[in-house]
Write a protein that binds this ligand. Structure first.
Ligand SMILES: [Zn+2]
Length: 106
């Protein structure tokens, strides 16, 4: 069971991750030329990435609100804390994600 403490931690982890990732996206969006600050329009692929990223974040907050954050969609086990540190919006444990990726690419 998630404790209020772990929920608070999950919240701040998600918020920090979103801020960091959005910074990355903004920086990576146009400034492709090293040493310059010349801005280039957001390429279509980047725009797609931003959209799917914001969906991921929304989903993570919804899962958090429903007490399902950090629970694997595949096997129902708790997702390792170390994995959530790296991927705060993870919805599958490492084993299920690997299986999912294999299934999705074949
Ligand atoms: Zn799993």
């Amino acid at each position: 069971m998630p404790t209020p403490d772990s929920l608070t931690r999950a919240h701040s982890r998600l918020n920090a991750w979103r801020d960091r990732a959005l910074d990355d996206l903004v920086q990576g969006a146009g400034v492709q030329e090293p040493g310059t600050t010349r801005e280039v329009a957001l390429p279509r692929s980047e725009a797609r990435r931003v959209r799917s990223f914001s969906l991921e974040i929304d989903l993570a907050f919804v899962r958090l609100a429903h007490g399902r954050y950090g629970v694997c969609e595949g096997c129902g086990a708790a997702i390792a804390d170390e994995q959530l540190d790296i991927q705060p919006a993870a919805i599958r444990c490492a084993a299920c994600q690997a299986a999912w990726d294999r299934a999705a690419h074949h």
